[in-house]
Design a protein around this ligand. Structure first.
Ligand SMILES: NC(=O)c1ccc[n+]([C@@H]2O[C@H](COP(=O)([O-])OP(=O)(O)OC[C@H]3O[C@@H](n4cnc5c(N)ncnc54)[C@H](OP(=O)(O)O)[C@@H]3O)[C@@H](O)[C@H]2O)c1
Length: 393
């Protein structure tokens, strides 16, 4: 059996996970030729001869069949992916931030150089959602894609709800376990979930959306008062990414904490697990559940892409042509819980309708209907003043 030679960039959580899977699993048709890293001084579990700090050693290496990019720097990752595609190498990446901002260029590069770029691991770790949207939901009319897209945030929320852990301890543990990146800001403020939503908008609805246009609010302002409120109402708080199609061919997208009750499928999704709920015309609702973070689960999706490249698999991006009448929109009114500090906060955030108001010493909240555009324009105020919001549905 001919072995596919892999030029691997990155030997962190996912890179090492991939290396281990390749070397511990029988019957796999791939082997690592060389590994690109950043810091030559770092102590490694392999001999020095395997490593290089020069990208050309992989990208222009004739022995390398496939480049696998698993580094934690989105600009450098784009250069590696671009140059590899230009050098007629097929590429696998897990870098959702790089993808979310560069999808258009990356589609053009693939076309121009007749190469293939696969990135199943970039969205929800081990869950095979991209290829499913490309292939399986090709003929069924999709209505919605939503779910828990951040393993590290879900892990933090699980520890806070189920073990009464503090935010700081839960985050530290998520980092130790390799669920959260060294700089966890993108996870905590919902940007990481947003990047994944943007990637799924392309494969689910054929839409190229600028991440900067989409509302996202994470858990950076979550307080134990919010957790107490949720527990008293027999609910949990989950960071939920949502995207759905309206009757007038708009696609609404946003990422926001959500107060979910026990009948919601996301209520029992815990720790580093992710869930994707797909709503479609004929199949109705389907749920995919699996580990969304961690070296080995993420590497398993990378391995699946490597395997797919051995039979010349490419994303066809068919829905970009099929759904040309669809466009992104934020024209929707949502029901939300807002925890605020003082009555003056409410002058900055305009509700269309108020269902419930509660004031007491130290804990004030309001539940009401608000337009998504109002949330977009008041986001900075919410964050600067440590206010917390969660959707109720
Ligand atoms: N961790 C997860 O659960 C998870 C899940 C889904 C997707 N991802 C994505 O997978 C990718 C890798 O994540 P990770 O958690 O494995 O990261 P990580 O543990 O922080 O490791 C990053 C690796 O990238 C290398 N690197 C950084 N800059 C480089 C450069 N310019 N040239 C060559 N190598 C460079 C580092 O080299 P040194 O070893 O020399 O420092 C390190 O080996 C990221 O895009 C991440 O978003 C991760």
């Amino acid at each position: 059996m001919k072995q596919t030679k892999i030029g691997l960039f990155g030997f962190g959580n996912v890179g090492q996970g991939l290396y281990n899977i390749l070397h511990e699993t029988r019957g796999i048709k791939g082997e690592v030729e060389k590994i690109g890293i950043k810091n030559p001084e770092k102590k490694r579990s392999l001999l020095q001869k395997w490593f290089t700090t020069k990208p050309v050693d992989l990208i222009q290496n004739e022995n390398v069949d496939i480049v696998v990019e698993l580094i934690n720097d989105e600009n450098e990752a784009f250069s590696i992916v671009k140059e590899s595609l230009e050098n007629n190498k097929n590429v696998v990446t897990a870098n959702k931030k790089m993808l979310a901002y560069r999808l258009k260029e990356l589609i053009e590069l693939q076309k121009k150089h007749q190469t293939s770029l696969l990135y199943e691991a970039s969205v929800c770790g081990s869950i095979p959602i991209i290829r499913n949207l490309e292939e399986y939901y090709d003929n069924d009319l999709l209505h919605s894609i939503s779910g828990i897209f951040s393993g590290s945030v879900n892990y933090i929320l699980s520890k806070m709800f189920n073990e009464k852990s503090t935010f700081e301890i839960a985050l530290q543990r998520a980092q130790e376990l390799g669920f959260s990146e060294e700089n966890p800001e993108d996870d905590i403020n919902g940007t990481d979930s947003l990047h994944k939503l943007v990637i799924l908008a392309l494969h689910g609805f054929g839409l190229l959306v600028n991440p900067n246009d989409v509302f996202h609010f994470g858990i950076s302002t979550l307080h134990k008062k919010d957790i107490k409120f949720a527990v008293e109402k027999s609910k949990k708080i989950k960071l939920v990414s949502r995207m759905f199609r309206t009757l007038d061919n708009k696609v609404i997208m946003y990422v926001m904490p959500s107060l979910v009750n026990q009948s919601n499928a996301l209520y029992s999704v815990e720790n580093e697990y992710n869930a994707v709920i797909i709503g479609a015309s004929f199949s109705n609702q389907q749920i995919l559940l699996g580990k969304g973070s961690g070296g080995n689960p993420t590497a398993s999706a990378v391995l699946s892409d490597i395997n797919a490249l051995t039979y010349s698999y490419k994303y066809e991006y068919k829905k970009m042509n099929q759904n040309s009448d669809l466009s992104y929109s934020s024209d929707i009114t949502l029901t939300i819980y807002l925890r605020f500090n003082s009555k003056s906060d409410l002058q900055h955030i305009k509700f269309e309708q108020i269902y419930e108001k509660y004031y007491s010493a130290g804990f004030n909240y309001i539940i009401g209907k608000i337009h998504l555009d109002e949330l977009i324009s008041s986001k900075d105020y919410l964050l600067e003043n440590n206010l917390f919001i969660a959707e109720i549905n």
